[in-house]
Write a protein that binds this ligand. Structure first.
Ligand code: ADP
Ligand code: GLC
Length: 493
C-alpha cells in the first residue's frame, strides 16, 4: 500500500519534539513491512538537504488576496522512503518552526493551510497514495479539504485518511476571518464541523473529517474522551469513539541505544554497564559539577519547557528535595516562565540542580546515558519518548501515571524484583517528592537497583508491532472507501 505522511516536522530534517522522532522512524518501519511510503514536510531554514532536486516547480495555491506559488523539492530516496519538502520561503524560511519566544507566528493559519493544500496538489503529480496519514493540527486541514473543497476531485475518490493526535493541547485555533482568506467555505463554521467557541479549530476539523483517528498510547486515547484531558474536544472524540484508537509510539534504537550511541564516548549494555559510570562523569563535567560525589544519584531531565510537562511541581518541592543526597541535571527550552524558573532554582541550589537552557540533541543523549534516574512528572503525556529511551539506557524513570507514561512504566516492586520505574498519580508536589524519595531509597541497595536497571534495558519498544497496527488500520480505511456508510462502519469499527 502507498501511505503518504503529512507532518510539520520529522527527523533528521526538522524537530521540536517527539512528533519529529515518530515521523522519522515510523515510515521506515512501515517500509520494512513492505509499504510504499512518502513523507511530506515543510522546508524550513533548519532543513538541511544534500543532493537537492526540484520535482515540482510550481503549484498554485489560491488565497483570496492573491495566488501563492510553492514548489516541491526532494532529497532523494532514504531507506526506501521518498521525502518531499514543500518550499515556500516567505512562510518557512524562518528561524523557528512555529513561533518565537514572544509567541506563535501570527500567520500560522496561512502557513499550514498552504502546506496542506500544496501536499494535495503535489500528490496529484508525484503519486496519489491509498492513505494520507496526517499528524497534529498543522496538517489537520488536509482531511477537511479532501472531503469538502476537493470532494469532487476524481484523483482522490479512493483515498483514505488517518489522523494521529500527538497532543490535544495544540489545536490550531484561529479567528473566523481565516476561512475566507484561505478560500474555505463558511459552512465549515458550524458546531458539528470546525467552529469552537467562536473560533476555527483545525484539530476539530480533522477529528470530524478523517476516516480514522489515532493517538499515541492506549491510555491517552481514553483520557482525551474525558473533560480533564480533552481540552474541550472530548465530546467530539466520544461521538466517534468506535474509530478512535491508541497505538503506542515505538523507539528508533538505531538512534537511542547505549550500545551504539553516537553522542556519548562510553558504551554499555545490559550484560555490562561499567561504561555508564564514565558517561555519568562526562555528564557532570559537562554541566560544570565535576566536583560532585560520583556516588550521588543523578536525576536527569530533558524536555520542552511547557505547562504540560509538570515542572511547576519541582519548584514546589525543590527546597525539600535539596536536603536529599542527589543532583538534578536538566536540559530544556521553551516557555520563558519555565526557563526562568529552572535558572532561578539553579541559582538558589547550585549544588543540587544544574541547568542548561538549550535545545541540544547531543546533550539529550548524554543525559540519557549519564543519569541514574529520569524525571517526567507530566500533567498529561500523550506518549512520551524520553522515558522509553531512558529504559534502554538503564536510567530508571520516575513518572506521573498519565497517558503513555502510565502505559510504558511498570512500578518497581523490590520483593518480586519486577517493574521498571517509579510512578505517582496525584498531580501535586507531595506525591512527587514521596516518589522521588522512594527511588532514592531504592538506589541505596545497588544489587537490587541493578535488577531494576536491567528490567528496563531488556524491554523492547521497537516500532515493528506498532507499525503492524497502523498497517491494519490503513487496510481497513482503504477497504471502507466507496462503501455505503453502513458497510464502511462494519469494516472500520
Ligand atoms: P514532546 O514531544 O511532548 O516534546 P516526547 O517525550 O515525545 O515529548 O519527545 C521529546 C523529544 O524531543 C525527545 O526526542 C527529546 O530528546 C527531544 N527534546 C526535548 N527537549 C529537548 C532539548 N531541550 N534538547 C534536545 N532534545 C530535546
Ligand atoms: C507529543 C506528545 C508526546 C508524544 C509525541 C510523539 O508532542 O507531547 O507525549 O510522545 O508527541 O507522539
Amino acid at each position: 500500500m502507498h501511505i503518504a505522511f503529512v507532518a510539520s516536522e520529522g527527523v533528521p530534517f526538522s524537530k521540536t519534539g517527539g512528533l519529529a522522532d515518530v515521523v522519522g522512524a515510523l515510515p521506515r518501519a512501515l517500509a520494512t513491512l513492505g509499504h510504499q511510503v512518502s513523507v511530506y514536510l515543510p522546508r524550513y531554514k533548519q532543513t538541511k538537504l544534500a543532493d537537492l532536486v526540484t520535482v515540482v516547480r510550481s503549484i498554485t495555491i489560491p488565497f483570496d488576496d492573491k495566488y501563492r506559488f510553492a514548489s516541491v523539492v526532494t532529497a532523494g530516496n532514504q531507506s526506501g522512503i521518498k521525502f518531499y519538502f514543500i518550499e515556500y520561503p516567505q512562510y518557512f524560511d524562518r528561524d523557528a518552526l512555529y513561533g518565537t519566544a514572544s509567541g506563535d507566528y501570527p500567520d500560522n493559519a496561512e502557513r499550514f493551510a498552504l502546506f496542506s493544500r500544496a501536499v494535495l496538489e503535489a500528490a496529484k503529480i508525484l503519486g496519489v497514495p491509498n492513505v494520507f496519514h496526517c499528524h497534529d493540527w498543522q496538517s489537520a486541514l488536509l482531511p477537511v479539504l479532501l472531503r469538502t473543497v476537493y470532494a469532487e476531485d476524481p484523483a482522490f475518490r479512493d483515498v483514505g485518511t488517518v489522523f494521529t493526535i500527538h497532543n490535544m493541547g495544540y489545536q490550531g485555533l484561529f479567528p473566523p476571518e481565516v476561512l475566507p482568506l484561505l478560500m474555505l467555505p463558511w459552512d465549515l463554521f458550524t458546531m458539528s464541523k470546525m467552529e469552537f467557541f467562536g473560533q476555527v479549530n483545525l484539530l476539530k476539523g480533522a477529528i470530524t473529517y478523517s476516516d480514522y483517528v489515532t493517538t499515541v498510547s492506549k491510555k491517552y486515547s481514553q483520557e482525551i474522551q474525558t473533560a480533564e484531558y480533552g481540552f474541550g474536544l472530548e465530546g467530539v472524540l466520544r461521538d466517534r469513539a468506535g474509530t478512535v484508537t491508541g497505538i503506542l509510539n515505538g523507539v528508533d534504537y538505531d538512534e537511542w541505544s547505549p550500545q551504539t550511541d553516537k553522542f556519548t564516548t562510553c558504551r554499555y549494555s545490559p550484560q555490562d554497564f561499567a561504561g555508564k559510570a564514565n558517561c555519568k562523569k562526562d555528564l557532570l563535567a559537562g554541566f560544570g559539577v565535576s566536583n560532585a560525589d560520583a556516588r550521588l544519584p543523578v536525576i536527569g531531565i530533558v524536555s520542552r519547557f511547557a505547562a504540560q510537562k509538570g515542572f511547576d511541581l519541582i519548584a514546589q518541592i525543590m527546597d525539600r528535595l535539596a536536603h536529599e543526597e542527589m543532583i538534578v541535571v536538566a536540559l530544556g527550552a521553551g516557555d520563558k516562565a519555565y526557563e526562568e524558573m529552572f535558572l532561578r532554582l539553579n541559582k538558589q541550589f547550585p549544588n543540587k540542580i544544574a541547568v542548561k537552557v538549550a535545545y541540544d540533541n547531543a546533550i539529550a543523549h548524554k543525559i540519557e546515558a549519564g543519569s541514574d534516574m529520569f524525571l517526567m512528572p507530566s500533567k498529561y503525556e500523550p506518549c512520551g519518548l524520553n522515558q522509553i529511551y531512558s529504559l534502554k539506557y538503564g536510567t530508571v524513570p520516575i513518572v506521573r501515571a498519565t497517558g503513555g507514561l502510565d502505559d510504558t512504566i511498570e512500578p518497581w516492586d523490590p520483593r518480586t524484583g519486577k517493574g521498571t520505574g517509579f510512578k505517582f498519580s496525584d498531580y501535586n508536589g507531595e506525591a512527587l517528592l514521596l516518589t522521588i524519595k522512594q527511588a532514592l531509597h531504592a538506589f541505596r541497595d545497588q544489587t537490587s537497583w541493578q535488577v531494576l536497571m536491567r528490567n528496563g534495558m531488556n524491554k523492547d519498544f521497537s516500532w515493528n508491532a506498532s507499525a503492524r497496527e497502523y498497517g491494519k488500520i490503513y487496510e481497513r480505511v482503504k477497504q471502507a472507501r466507496n462503501l455505503t456508510p453502513a458497510a464502511a462502519e462494519k469494516v472500520l469499527v
